[in-house]
Each structure stands twice: as structure tokens, then as C-alpha cells.
Ligand binder design. Sequence first.
Ligand code: NDP
Ligand code: GDR
Length: 378
Amino acid sequence: SAQIPDVPAPFSPLVKLNLPSPEEYRQRKVALISGITGQDGSYLTELLLSKGYEVHGIIRRSSSFNTSRLHHLYEDQHERPNKFKLHYGDLSDSTNLVYIIAQVQPTEVYNLGAQSHVKVSFEMAEYTGDVDGLGTLRLLDAIRTCGLDKHVRFYQASTSELYGKVVETPQSETTPFYPRSPYGVAKLYAFWITVNYREAYGMYACNGILFNHESPRRGRTFVTRKISRAAADISLGKQSCLYLGNIDAQRDWGHARDYVEGMWLMLQQPTPEDFVLATGETHPVREFVEKSFGHLGMEIKWRGSGTDEEGYDAKTGKVLVKVDTRYFRPAEVELLLGNPAKAERLLGWKRKVDFESLVKEMVEADLKAAASLVEDQN
Ligand code: NDP
Ligand code: GDR
């Protein structure tokens, strides 16, 4: 009669790759990045390619173009073939993740993929929980399924949104969590499942608890980029006024390029630990607006959305910014201020770009892009 083949014992890998020891295995430098098409994914890819890594990324199939942030790197590939590859996949698809891990056999996995918009997470709570929470579990389990749990180093994109409601400031690795959105709650699951797999299976798995970080590549619906684009467009007469939500919220804003360096450093330590990356300064949204428009010589008139006043007055250089309650969140994170002391001490990490330089870089990049668009249209 037919024999049923041996099934692996519980908690042992299903796929048996023929692997060298973890030390030998890690001499190859092969990174796999979920969320490679996002802001951080693009900066991290640049960093890792510059360090000689082979970089693989997971991209979602989309009917519109979603790889614009990687375009310049793809073009470079003519000079460095086989160093950069994209794979179709999704954090909601376990089979696909196992397949990609088995195929790529990465030495480092950076889990940056997420539905990352806090306000959207209130509208798509279940989806956000699935991708941001369970998606992390799926990726960790794909690594284990392939028998790579002792070979791969894993980075989880955790967030200052875990702190949510203010319990203490500045917030550090020991501050209790109190998330205030479906996004924050999903990321809480991801944080703890990462810690759990480190403790249960001895995986090298770390959480980077990153405070807000921005850049000219920031998604256009996040507040900093919405503001820098509006400043550029209003100064060129392409937009008349700006509508915002809670302008009193305070954030600890750094530059994404500095933060991806911290992610990489977390995976180069002798033992896996969780780290906060932050600037140690906080600023209200209102100040980001004033600095951005101020950089282009404009002043702000703050109004509620009911006013009939006109937007930009070229004679006085005053711009109308209206508060629109449509952008308010059902529960808000009022104040974020991080303490990066542990990362500074153990990783030797320090942010390089300050608040003023960040605002300036974002506004100038948007002005340049908007001006060249106007030129193209003329
Ligand atoms: P972005 O929103 O710019 O990028 C998110 C990435 O995730 C995109 O590549 C997106 O793909 C991808 N993605 C979305 N859904 C899925 C899915 N179902 N399966 C696979 N990939 C998916 O985020 P950032 O680059 O700003 O942030 C990177 C990570 O860091 C995120 O996890 C975010 O939550 C976290 N984080 C960000 C902070 C910040 O201030 N930027 C601070 C702390 C944490 P597509 O392009 O197709 O949409
Ligand atoms: P955040 O970033 O929620 O901190 O999450 P976002 O830029 O969306 O909001 C920052 C603060 O600005 C207030 N705000 C507005 N926000 C948006 N998007 N649009 C507006 O018009 C507006 N007006 C005021 C918000 O209420 C909020 O207080 C980001 C994301 O990158 C997360 O993925 C990441 O985990 C955290 O940063 C750290």
C-alpha cells in the first residue's frame, strides 16, 4: 500500500533548502525589501546598492505606474546587471511570499510594505490590519517555512504611531504603547509578532520605531508633502488656497535618507534589538506651513473653511490656509517627540538633516517640478 511520506515535526521548516552555515550564508549580501516602491524603499535601495548588496524588491501589480521612485535605479541597471530585481507579490499572499523567499534566499529582509496612511486606516481598518499586522506574520513565517530563520536578519518598520496617546515625552523604547488608529493597532501586532519570533525561534528580528520622516519623495497625501506642493503651486498661480485638518498636531520630523541608514545599522549588530529613530525635536503642523510658504516669501492668513475670502493675494503676498474638518481623524495623535539616545549610543546613528533644511529641500524640489511642468505646458 502507498506510504505517506514523513511530514516534518511541528515547528520545523517545510522547505529544506540546501544551505551553508548562517555565517557562510551571510557572506553573500542579498536584501529583500517589501514596500520597495514607497518613499523609504527607494532610499534604502540606493543605500544598499551603494554598499554592494544585490537588492530584490516586492512590487504590487497595478494598472497605473507605481515604480516612479525607482526609475533612476532601474536605468542604472544597464551598468550593473543582476544587482537589482523586482518580483510581483503582496503581503496578503503567503504562497507568493514563500516562493519569493525560497527563490531569492535573502540575507536581510526589510519589511517596509504597508497601507501606511493613518487617516485611510479608519476607512480600511480590516485591510490595514491584514496587510500591516498579519502581513508581517506572513513574511516571518515565509522565512521560517524555508528554513531560513537562523540565516536571515529581519527588519520591521515599526512606528511612533504605537505611542499614540501621550503617556510620557520624550518617547523611548521603554514608553508604553497606546495606539490611536487601526494603523497603529495593526502595527502593534506587527511589533509584538516580531519580538515573539525573536524570542520563540531565536530569529535575528528587530523593530525600528521610527518617528515621521519625510523627503521630496514623500507620498502626496501626507501633510508635509501636501504643504510643500501647495507652497510651490500657489507661488506659481496654479492653486489658490490650501485646506488642512488639525494644524496643532505636533510631529518629530526627520529626513528619510537618514532613517534608512538607521534601518541598515540595526541589522549589523551582534544581537537583535529594537531602536527608536527620531530627531528629539517636535514642531506643530502650523509651523511646517509657515516655514514652507515663508521660504517662498509668502505669509499665511489662517481661516476656518466657512470664509468667502479669496485664496492668494499677490499684492500682500498673503496666502489663505483653511482648516477643513474633513481632514480630522476620529482619534488623533496630538504630540510625538522621540528620544533617539539608544540608537545614538549603540548604533552610532544621528540624524544629519534638521527641520529647516528638510522644509527647504521639499519646497525647492516641488517648486522645480512644478515650474518645469509649467514650462512644458507653454
Ligand atoms: P509608503 O506609503 O511610501 O510606501 C508603502 C509601500 O508599501 C509601497 O511600496 C506600497 O506599494 C507597499 N504596499 C502597500 N500595500 C502593500 C501590500 N498589500 N503588499 C505589499 N506591499 C504593499 O510608506 P513609507 O515609505 O513612508 O514607509 C515605509 C514603512 O515604514 C511603512 O511600513 C510605514 O508604515 C512605516 N513607517 C513610515 C514612517 C514615515 O514617517 N514615513 C514612520 C514610521 C514607520 P505601492 O507603491 O504599490 O502602493
Ligand atoms: P502621520 O502623518 O499621521 O503622522 O503618519 P500625516 O502626514 O498623514 O499627518 C501628520 C499630522 O498632520 C495632521 N494633518 C494632516 N494630515 C494629512 N495627511 N493631511 C492633512 O490635510 C492634514 N492636516 C493636518 C494629521 O492629523 C496628523 O496629526 C505618518 C505615516 O507615514 C505613518 O505611516 C507613520 O507610521 C507615521 O507618520 C510615523
